[in-house]
Design a protein around this ligand. Structure first.
Ligand code: NCD
Length: 311
């Protein structure tokens, strides 16, 4: 039995399989999903057990399971409505609920709780985000969005293209940044990664080391200098995770339409969402904006993940 707790659970063979399967589901839906019904997970039950707020992760997993013919039960506010309110531990909770279903997607308040839940689960456990730890399914969605846009790995892939990725925002506390950096560190087409954030949100050395160990060059800056944006193919923006400690005003590092226009023509702007002031709505009309498409890709990638773990 497999779990998906962190990027380390995705091996070199699984990654391309997930990507091509997600691509098939995307094409399937664009042709009118309901007209071609296929139900590979008919008879299977998914539990979604969320201890932190969520829109995209929970609902896209629930939609994915439904499109695959499976069923879903769950709680969107386990911190308030489950027995954790009565003092039940994460370990006991997952030991119990894993006996009711075929797979669980959990979102946790603290780093490491997804791994603890998995140890106590008798069915596959998917980490839908654990504190400042990891968010592997979001990273797979982000990777799918990037590789599809630049056609990496496809027949038309431009072999000598080296991607330059810039992370702007809360590079310290964002679990999406952590998981995506870990995934990109294994991608040979990524040559350069920059981290831009106010000093209190600066990326931790551990992540820089992971990139450098794979031969990827890194830089860290406090401001989005035009030189950096000029040489950025993928700009990945994140909000300040104010619920995890010090509050930082996102307006301090906000992307502006003028800066966005300095990016190469085929560059893309991404954000895992939800956004605050760091990504003003005035960017939405920029041809490089990809964050709503990125969120929609969540459905197809999560269909592929459920099939992989349950099929
Ligand atoms: C992210 C998360 O929960 O970490 N949201 C998401 O799943 N798309 C990003 C965030 O909350 O900032």
């Amino acid at each position: 039995m497999r779990h998906l707790i962190g990027i380390g659970d995705i091996d070199e063979r699984t990654l391309p399989d997930l990507m091509s399967r997600a691509g098939l589901w995307k094409a399937w839906r664009s042709r009118g999903a309901l007209e071609w019904s296929t139900e590979p997970l008919k008879g299977k039950l998914l539990i979604t057990d969320f201890y932190e707020p969520s829109t995209r992760t929970r609902l896209s997993f629930e939609a994915a399971m439904s499109y695959l013919g499976g069923r879903v039960i769950g709680t969107e506010n386990a911190a308030e409505f489950s027995s954790s309110k009565k003092g039940e531990s994460v370990a006991d909770n997952f030991r119990v609920i894993s006996g009711y279903c075929d797979c669980i997607v959990g979102r946790f308040k603290n780093d490491g709780e997804a791994a603890l839940a998995a140890v106590n689960s008798i069915v596959p456990l998917i980490n839908g985000g654990d504190g400042q730890g990891e968010h592997p399914t979001q990273a797979l969605i982000d990777y799918f969005t990037v590789t599809n846009h630049f056609n990496l790995g496809g027949e038309l892939a431009c072999a000598d293209r080296t991607l330059r990725v810039t992370f702007l925002g809360d590079n310290k506390r964002s679990r999406t940044v952590k998981s995506l950096v870990r995934l990109l560190s294994k991608e040979p087409k990524v040559g350069y990664v920059s981290f831009i954030s106010p000093p209190e949100l600066a990326v931790e050395n551990e992540l820089l080391d992971e990139l450098e160990d794979h031969g990827i060059m890194t830089t860290c800056r406090a401001h989005l200098h035009p030189n950096i944006i000029h040489g950025t193919d993928v700009l990945y923006v994140t909000r300040s995770q104010n619920e995890r400690g010090d509050t930082v005003d996102a307006a301090e590092y906000a992307l502006t339409p003028e800066l966005a226009d300095l990016m190469p023509d085929d560059a893309i702007i991404m954000h895992p969402l939800p956004r605050n002031l760091e990504l003003p709505t005035s960017i939405d009309s920029n041809k490089r904006a990809r964050y709503f498409e990125q969120a929609h890709n969540g459905l197809y990638v999560r269909m592929a993940i459920l099939e992989w773990l349950l099929g």
